[in-house]
Design a protein around this ligand. Structure first.
Ligand code: KIV
Length: 314
């Protein structure tokens, strides 16, 4: 597409460099940015006991992953929460492996420094060990994920072991398990009794023993999460589990105020981006109605004088 004979509207697809000075520079591709030291699985494990928190956020597309990377986060989780906050599903159960692979690819194009971990969707590690490995390999080979995350405790330890043997690093996830919404009868905080807290610790220890490099603790009382953190040799990443974990993870859309609807108690919103978007869209609508958009600065000049009757002979 071009506006005149020789000036493309957009920059070169190869380099992203602008060839038309009137056109704003597009977001440069990952190839053009200096490559910082990458966060690795051993790097995350080495944080244990250092007091340096592991900073994690979800992202599901290029621009948000870019922002998370720029903000200095260590790990991006391409979470199945995408089902809720991006695709509008009521639970995480509906998301497919192909959808997570596609999102992971976009995130990988944006993320230079953070470790990119992809969630294994519900149903992709539930049928057989062989199918689980095949699915995890797709996340790594097609999506570019550097690790995968699965939900569940001791009962899933054999899966962690199998994947780790296949050189696929695994992040565990215990406590409130969104994929278990049907069997649990809802989203329930775990570890609220001594018996339940002991079960959680057993689950976490089993995952550690199986080779998980880190464990998400979701929806767990702070004191229980802190104790589990102290008992493990691998980092814990908390979400709704208090400040005693080795790191924190939240859903991007919750943090910036883009998840439409109520947020869980553990979320702290740092912006109201949906309000900013609403305002922008309302202004655009008014400008179009009022004939104020597009303005002179948004239109392309002709290369020669075009007479007013240029179409008379047609
Ligand atoms: O999918 C997700 O966002 C998650 C986090 C809640 C840890 O699994």
């Amino acid at each position: 597409m071009s506006t005149s004979d020789d000036q493309p509207v957009y920059g070169s697809p190869e380099t992203g460099a602008p060839e038309n000075p009137d056109v704003p520079k597009p977001i440069p591709s990952a190839l053009e940015r200096p490559v910082p030291a990458k966060v690795t699985v051993p790097g995350i494990m080495a944080r244990k006991g250092t007091g340096r928190k592991v900073l994690c956020l979800t992202a599901y597309d290029y621009p948000t992953a870019r922002l998370v990377d720029e903000a200095g986060f260590d790990l991006i989780l391409v979470g199945d929460s995408m089902a809720n906050v991006v695709l509008g599903h009521a639970s995480t159960l509906k998301i497919s492996l192909d959808q997570i692979i596609s999102a992971t690819r976009a995130v990988k194009r944006a993320a230079d420094r953070p470790l990119v971990v992809a969630d294994m969707p519900f149903g992709t590690y539930h049928v057989s060990t062989q199918e689980t490995v095949v699915n995890a390999l797709r996340l790594v080979r097609e999506g570019g994920a550097q690790a995968v995350k699965i939900e569940g405790g001791a009962a899933r330890a054999y899966i962690v072991e199998t994947l780790v043997e296949a050189d696929i690093p695994v992040m565990g996830h215990v406590g409130l398990l969104p994929q278990a919404i049907n069997s649990a009868g809802g989203y329930r905080v775990q570890g609220k009794t001594v018996e339940s807290a002991r079960r959680l610790l057993e689950d976490a220890l089993a995952l550690e023993e199986a080779g998980a490099f880190a464990i998400v603790l979701e929806g767990v009382p702070a004191a229980v999460a802190a104790r589990i953190t102290a008992r493990l040799r691998i980092p814990t990443i908390g979400i709704g589990a208090g400040g005693g974990c080795d790191g924190q993870v939240l859903v991007f859309h919750d943090v910036v105020g883009l998840s439409l609807g109520p947020s869980p108690k553990f979320v702290k919103r740092y912006a109201e981006v949906a309000d900013v978007m609403r305002q922008a869209l309302a202004e655009l609508r008014e400008d179009i109605h009022a004939g104020q958009f597009p303005g002179e600065e948004h239109v392309y000049p002709a290369k020669e004088d075009i007479p007013s009757d240029w179409d008379a002979e047609l």
